[in-house]
Design a protein around this ligand. Structure first.
Ligand code: SAM
Length: 291
């Protein structure tokens, strides 16, 4: 780090003042003003001069700058048009950064990867995410089966805990299974509110998601597996049997078949006690019995 870095409190203040920038809460704009935290994020992402990085929401370029120093190339999606001239200025010393003015949720990320990262050995997503859309962004990146090595992002601590949760913990639920189906998930650091301007209302954490070569478990029908997961956690206090009968499409009519399959896994259990492997077995058994 050095004093000229964008993410120092003084430089950030200067940039915001120069452009008369006002934060939009609705876009989750909480900018980082601590280069040590940024260094640690980049370390956890293990970025090298062979890595292509996708950043979501560069803001005024605090993280982008630290990524540009270490990566081969950085491509950043920013939704807020007002930030484009600022980024053009703050990132002018770096010739390996491309800013794309687009809502990442609507962007064709696959094509961007094909166009931009031909000369990179691996691709990482690294970001300080806008908190109002953390889960949709991560699920989009996973469900589109992009050729990523991993995702290392700052997000709400509570959401990070749910993504990385183990069975039977109170944080474990459909989000844990969806994320762990595609990745190995670990919360690598917690971050105090004081390193942001303005300070967010919630605590933050950095999660590291390393993409698996294939899904964590073999399921005969992926979309039924996810329907089953959703139904199993619909009402946390209810047993698995109750949740499946009430929340699987056509569940009430197919109660006898569901009961029969559940005898093997014990329908009195609650969804939160089943591991991802147990859910896969249940999904394959139910799929055969119901369709
Ligand atoms: N990376 C900067 C930093 O760490 O200081 C800013 C992070 S700030 C938490 C989130 C950024 O995401 C903001 O710049 C915001 O405008 C942008 N953003 C919000 N929604 C977005 C979306 N759907 N697509 C792309 N960028 C978005």
């Amino acid at each position: 780090m050095n004093n000229k870095d964008i993410a120092t409190p003084i430089r950030t203040k200067e940039i915001l003042k120069k452009y008369g920038f006002s934060f939009k809460k609705s876009l989750g704009q909480n900018f980082l003003i601590d280069t040590n935290i940024l260094d640690r994020i980049v370390d956890h992402a293990e970025i090298t001069d062979r890595t292509g990085v996708i950043e979501i929401g560069p803001g005024i370029g605090a993280l982008t700058e630290q990524l540009a120093k270490r990566a081969k190339k950085v491509v950043a999606f920013e939704i807020d048009q007002r930030l484009l001239p600022i980024l053009n200025d703050t990132l002018s010393p770096y010739d390996n950064v491309t800013i794309i003015h687009h809502d990442v949720l609507k962007a064709d990320v696959k094509s961007v990867i094909e166009e931009q990262f031909q000369d990179c050995d691996e691709i990482m997503v690294t970001a300080n995410l806008p908190y109002y859309v953390t889960t949709p962004i991560i699920m989009k990146l996973l469900e589109e089966h992009l050729p990523l090595k991993g995702i290392v992002v700052m997000l709400q601590k509570e959401v990070a805990e749910r993504m990385a949760a183990d069975p039977s913990s109170k944080e474990y639920g459909s989000l844990s299974i969806a994320v762990q189906f595609y990745t190995e998930a670990k919360t690598v650091m917690t971050v105090p509110k004081t390193v942001f301007v303005p300070q967010p209302n919630v605590d933050s954490a950095v999660i590291r998601l390393l993409l698996r070569d294939g899904p964590a478990v073999d399921v005969d029908n992926e979309s039924f597996f996810f329907q089953l997961i959703k139904a199993s956690f619909a009402q946390r206090r209810k047993t698995l049997l109750n949740n499946l009968v009430n929340n699987l499409p056509g569940g009430k009519e197919k109660k006898p078949q569901i009961e029969e399959v559940l005898q093997e896994t014990n329908g009195k259990r609650r969804g939160e006690s089943l591991s991802i492997e147990e859910f896969a077995l249940l999904s394959n058994g139910l799929y055969k019995a119901l369709f």
